[in-house]
Design a protein around this ligand. Structure first.
Ligand code: 2AM
Ligand code: CA
Ligand code: CA
Ligand code: CA
Length: 267
């Protein structure tokens, strides 16, 4: 993707993300229609749907040749990564949105021929926007995020894990996860994959490990984490497939192999 187009898309995406976030913030105290999806704790609200529709309408109008891959189904049936694809999670952390009214994000990744070119993660209530363009560094609002420290020990790392899958997932060695949780300095769980990626990029988390995320949960985060020297793979070390559900490890490069080889042995 040429620089001029990348800059134009970035500026446009940023404007839409901030506007959508502003709308959510203004309506945060209004009563919500809440539905469930795959199970009773898998929530979706009219705000998730409205926000995705907002992006779908604008992308269609301004970039009719682009595709949209979004969680709530207002985008396209994307079967290949050719061309330019907007990968959008309108609200990442819906449970936080409903219960906490904070700690949720709008996540927008723009990929071209399978390569992540632009990432935006907007922490709506905090009004903090994490962004990156491939090869141009990552930013928290207007401040450039420094590269991750040259090295990091697992014993002094803070790792975000989703405790639900850590306990329930039968594909992962429970014993390995127990040792990992004891090995690291501390664990956290924020409940928004996009924000957990942003925090890894910011260096306030050293890693985030989780079992089943969709492309819209990770598309923007991967671009942003890459720009500070972090690394993202599936939890078995294989490349992330942007068309499928993936296990995910995003982290400081010096703890990546150790976590995979010594703790997370997928069955
Ligand atoms: P969501 O809020 O957009 O659904 C919570 O740990 C994180 O996992 C959130 O980023 C959430 O995204 C994501 N997630 C993916 N699938 C989920 C599901 N079936 N139920 C709850 N959270 C899910
Ligand atoms: Ca969801
Ligand atoms: Ca999500
Ligand atoms: Ca979502």
């Amino acid at each position: 993707m040429n620089k001029q187009l990348k800059d134009q898309l970035y500026t446009q995406a940023k404007e839409w993300v901030l506007e959508a976030g502003d709308h959510i913030r203004k309506h945060i105290d209004q009563p919500l229609k809440i539905d469930t999806k795959s199970d009773a704790n898998d929530l979706v609200t009219e705000m998730d749907e409205q926000t995705e529709q907002y992006f779908a309408e604008r992308i269609n109008e301004h970039y009719p040749s682009h595709q949209l891959l979004g969680e709530e189904g207002f985008g396209d049936e994307v079967t290949a990564l050719d061309g330019t694809i907007w990968i959008v999670d309108p609200i990442d952390g819906t449970m936080n949105f409903v219960h906490q009214k904070r700690n949720f994000a709008i996540s927008v990744g723009i990929y071209h021929d399978g390569v992540g070119e632009i990432g935006l993660i907007y922490d709506v209530m905090a009004d903090v926007l994490y962004t990156a363009k491939r090869g141009e560094g990552a930013f928290k609002n207007d401040r450039r995020l420094p590269d991750l420290q040259p090295s990091k020990d697992l014993a002094t790392s803070i790792l975000a894990v989703n405790t639900f899958w850590a306990l329930k997932n039968k594909r992962v060695s429970e014993e390995g996860i127990h040792r990992l949780v004891q090995k690291v300095r501390g664990t956290r769980s924020f409940g928004s994959a996009a924000l957990e990626f942003a925090f890894v990029a910011e260096g306030i988390l050293d890693g985030y490990l989780t079992m089943s995320l969709m492309p819209w949960d990770v598309a923007a985060g991967i671009v942003i984490v890459n720009e500070v020297g972090g690394i993202t793979t599936k939890a078995d070390g294989e490349p992330v497939d942007m068309l499928k559900k993936n296990s995910i490890l995003t982290c400081h490069p010096s703890i990546h192999e150790e976590i995979i080889n010594e703790y997370v042995s997928l069955k």
